[in-house]
Design a protein around this ligand. Structure first.
Ligand code: 13P
Length: 259
């Protein structure tokens, strides 16, 4: 059982689902079902067009709002992009950056992700940086190398002070949307490696404090055993976060009592 002082975070990534009205309704159900004494952080990441509506619903709650991406420029001719100041204007305090779907489908490189990290930090937005290996990379024993490359790339030129608020999400690509969750041991092993890399980059104090979330087929049924791992500080949840009752169960994971 974890004996650390890191505040757990449970985040819901709603990906390209839900209209504004549907997202607002789901956010209202989350707000209503949340234990008022909950000590850990809860984050919702609706699609851009639903941010305003969800922000209005979340007023007066402790739930944080996140975008699923952010541009690295502040303004200008960047058709289709949304600036840090614009997501802040919509109520966001956090931005998911470098999700594997952005990397794979939208061809985002570590260099682009690094620029987005810097832009978010400059705008005082908390980056939720996603990293993770594909099945092919895992099977060819490249997991550690991939994670190291992604971390070094994402944090290039960012000082320890600037990196202080960053949250890291380890999401093995083979576990996303597949129903194949990493076993608690597999996840713990990767999280230990990520923490060691962060120690190498920024020192032990930083590594002890940085939160590392697990993502990939997190469900009401497996959250407790995942959260029982000492280096798993929370979860980034896709499909299961679209169902209010299930996601509320994930948020109120049982290991919370012992943390
Ligand atoms: P699933 O929980 O649907 O596997 O998605 C995980 C994810 O990609 C969260 O960002």
């Amino acid at each position: 059982m974890a004996s650390n002082k890191r505040t757990p975070m449970i985040a819901g990534n709603w990906k390209m689902h839900l209209t504004s009205k549907e997202a607002a309704d789901l956010a209202a159900a989350m707000k209503k079902g949340l234990d008022p004494d909950l000590k850990h952080e809860v984050l919702l990441a609706p699609t851009f067009t639903a941010l305003h509506a969800v922000n209005a619903v979340l007023a007066g709650s402790k739930i944080f709002l996140s975008s699923q991406d952010v541009a690295w420029e502040e303004k200008g001719a960047f058709t289709g992009a949304v600036a840090p100041s614009q997501i802040k204007d919509a109520g966001c305090t956090h931005a998911i950056i470098g999700h594997s779907e952005r990397r794979k489908i939208f061809l985002e490189t570590d260099e682009v992700i690094n620029k987005k990290m810097k832009a978010a930090i400059k705008a005082n937005i908390v980056p939720v940086l996603c990293i993770g290996e594909t099945l092919e990379e895992r099977e060819s024993q490249k997991t550690y190398r991939v994670l190291e490359t992604q971390l070094v790339g994402a944090f290039a030129g960012i000082s320890a002070a600037e990196a202080a608020k960053v949250v890291i999400a380890y999401e093995p690509v083979w576990a996303i949307g597949t129903g194949k969750t990493a076993t608690p041991d597999q996840a713990q092993d990767a999280h230990t490696f990520v923490r060691k890399q962060m120690e190498r980059i920024y020192g032990k104090g930083y590594a002890d404090a940085v939160r590392i979330l697990y993502g990939g087929s997190v469900k009401a049924e497996n959250i407790d055993e995942l959260m029982a791992q000492p280096d798993i500080d929370g979860a980034l949840v896709g499909g299961e976060s679209l169902k209010a009752d299930k996601f509320l169960r994930v948020i109120h994971f049982q290991a919370a009592l012992s943390r």
